[in-house]
Design a protein around this ligand. Structure first.
Ligand code: SAH
Length: 209
């Protein structure tokens, strides 16, 4: 997976490649799909949700340019895999999930994978931010569900300087935005086009697809 799907497509961050080579991804997918855990595709994790394709996880995390000292906010815990990858590269990860059963799932998966000591899991509407944000804000924010626009609460909880990666746009074609806050100014670029499950909640999509 690391060589064929990540390095060959331009993922360069060695700490990230090593984290994804170490974390047992099979622990984060349902038993019946374990054989496909390292496939180049997203997989269903229940409740209509998916664990992203490994390359998309890698690209999103690489866009955050983590050095190791950061406190990161992860919106959409799902299986817990994305949070696990972030936890290898940052000091602490706060992960918010709106479906309580998936918070339980991610807690079990992280324990089974032997990671997550620096991850705090929250149940709630992450489109409104994290209920317990550090006073100075988050150094980085990663959203793994597609939003209609960048939620205000997340811009507020992003530290200056800080970086956020978030898919924005209609259900079937989103832009993966990298938003950087620097000296009080926001700079945004598109990393790729993608397709995520919808972000729900107050600043997400109100209706099902
Ligand atoms: N990062 C996950 C996959 C994310 S799938 C992984 O590695 O497995 C998208 C997740 O976002 C789903 O679990 C979904 O329930 C969650 N979600 C959707 N809207 C949300 C919201 N407003 N707040 C928190 N989580 C949300």
């Amino acid at each position: 997976m690391v060589e064929r799907q990540l390095r060959s497509r331009g993922i360069r961050d060695e700490r990230l490649l090593s984290a994804m080579g170490t974390i047992p991804r099979e622990r984060f997918v349902p038993l019946e799909t374990r054989l496909f855990a390292y496939q180049d595709a997203p997989l269903a994790i229940g409740h209509g949700q998916t664990i992203s394709q490994p390359y998309i996880t890698a690209l999103m995390v690489e866009c955050l340019a983590l050095q190791g000292h950061e406190i990161v906010l992860d919106i959409g815990s799902g299986s817990g895999y994305h949070a696990a990858v972030l936890s290898y590269l940052a000091r602490e990860v706060y992960s918010v999930e709106i479906i309580p059963e998936l918070t339980d799932l991610s807690r079990r998966n992280l324990a089974a994978a032997g990671c997550g000591l620096n991850i705090r899991l929250f149940i709630g509407d992450g489109s409104m931010g994290c209920p317990e944000a550090p006073a100075q804000g988050f150094d980085a924010i990663s959203v793994t569900a597609g939003a209609p626009s960048v939620p205000e609460a997340l811009l507020t909880q992003l530290r200056d300087p800080g970086r956020m990666v978030i898919p924005v746009g209609p259900h079937d074609d989103q832009e993966l935005l990298v938003v950087e806050k620097r000296d009080g100014v926001l700079h945004s670029r598109t990393a790729t086009h993608c397709r995520f499950v919808p972000l729900r909640g107050g600043a997400g999509w109100r209706t099902a697809r």
